[in-house]
Design a protein around this ligand. Structure first.
Ligand SMILES: [Zn+2]
Length: 334
């Protein structure tokens, strides 16, 4: 029972952990989705399930190396569970196991005689099957199949959510139209023809690089995360605004466009981006007031940046009438 319990407990712990992970992946912060492809936890879980199955088949063979009588034989010959010692007696080429608990020699002789009788009877009986009984094979296989069924349900749920939310839920034609639109808007800011791509494969952008977008300074192509692409899509094509996220998405597109235009310094790039973001938001369908409000919100959030994103912090020159003000004749900022 001990061995079986050891195998069952980690198997279920593993499944509970996988369920929790997938639920967190589906409903949790999008950073997790961008950082960990969903197939990784499934691959780990499958590997562990296979290992459980493998060790379940190996264990009976391992215990057969124990030359003492098998549990089944002990019960059958009445040795009982708690026999502390067994004596091995060689008798006419046979091995006899005698339960020994401090008996005298005479008592021992009796026990050996009994054992010899049992052994004789045993030889008349059909041999004890050495292979695991069908039930012993079926139990780990059933556990393994249960695991596979759970994986299938979880995998389907993850696929269902992934296919119906986010950038992947947008049709191919819709995505093509969207990147066309982002490219033309970025070209206006970059003052030259540039191409915007949505990095579905996350080769260039994502949580690991701590970036919502990537662009080569002075280059002609930039990549955005699928999340940024989708937030822009919701704004430009569905008129949906989620204030903080929408503002961030506008700022990121404008930011990469300014890099393409040739601005390298992150603080300066961000300052220009928040100013260009007002017109960009308007072109995507926001009212002038709303667009301005979203960019001011980004400006406020920018001041709270710490850690890895601190290099994006704008400087004191990023204010009305200061060095980085793109429209000194306009008293509104951004
Ligand atoms: Zn940048």
């Amino acid at each position: 029972m001990g061995e079986a319990a050891d195998r069952v407990v980690p198997a279920w712990a593993l499944r509970v952990a996988l369920v929790l992970f997938v639920l967190t992946w589906i409903f949790g912060p999008y950073e997790l989705r961008s950082a960990v492809p969903i197939w990784i936890p499934f691959a780990i879980a499958l590997g562990l399930e296979l290992q459980f199955l493998w060790s379940a088949f190996r264990q009976p063979r391992a215990s057969r190396l124990d030359r003492r009588p098998q549990v089944g034989d002990r019960e059958r010959f009445g040795y009982g569970e708690d026999t502390s010692e067994l004596l091995l007696v060689h008798d006419e080429g046979r091995e006899l196991w005698i339960p020994y608990a401090g008996e005298t020699d005479e008592e021992l002789d009796e026990l050996i005689a009994d054992a010899r009788e049992w052994a004789d009877e045993e030889e008349m009986l059909p041999p004890t099957p050495q292979a695991p009984r069908p039930r012993e094979i079926w139990a780990p296989v059933r556990r393994f199949l249960t695991g596979l069924a759970i994986f299938a349900v979880l995998g389907y749920a993850a696929w269902f959510v992934e296919a119906r939310t986010g950038w992947n839920s947008v049709s191919g034609a819709g995505r093509a139209a969207a990147v066309e639109r982002y490219s033309s808007e970025a070209s206006r800011i970059a003052d030259k023809p540039v191409t915007i791509r949505c990095d579905e494969a996350r080769d260039y952008v994502g949580f690991v690089q701590h970036a919502d977008g990537v662009a080569l300074v002075g280059g002609d192509r930039a990549y955005l995360t699928p999340e940024i692409c989708h937030d822009l899509y919701r704004l430009a094509f569905d008129d949906e605004v989620d204030s903080s996220r929408t503002g961030r998405a506008i700022a990121v597109l404008a930011h990469e466009a300014w890099h393409l235009r040739g601005v390298r310094d992150e603080g300066t790039t961000e300052c220009y981006a928040l100013q260009s973001g007002v017109e960009l938001g308007r072109r995507f369908g926001l009212s002038d007031e709303r667009a301005r409000q979203l960019m001011r919100q980004q400006l406020t959030e920018n001041a709270l940046r710490t850690g890895a994103s601190v290099e994006y912090r704008i400087t004191s020159e990023c204010r009305d009438g200061a060095e980085l003000d793109l429209r000194t004749d306009d008293s509104r900022f951004p």
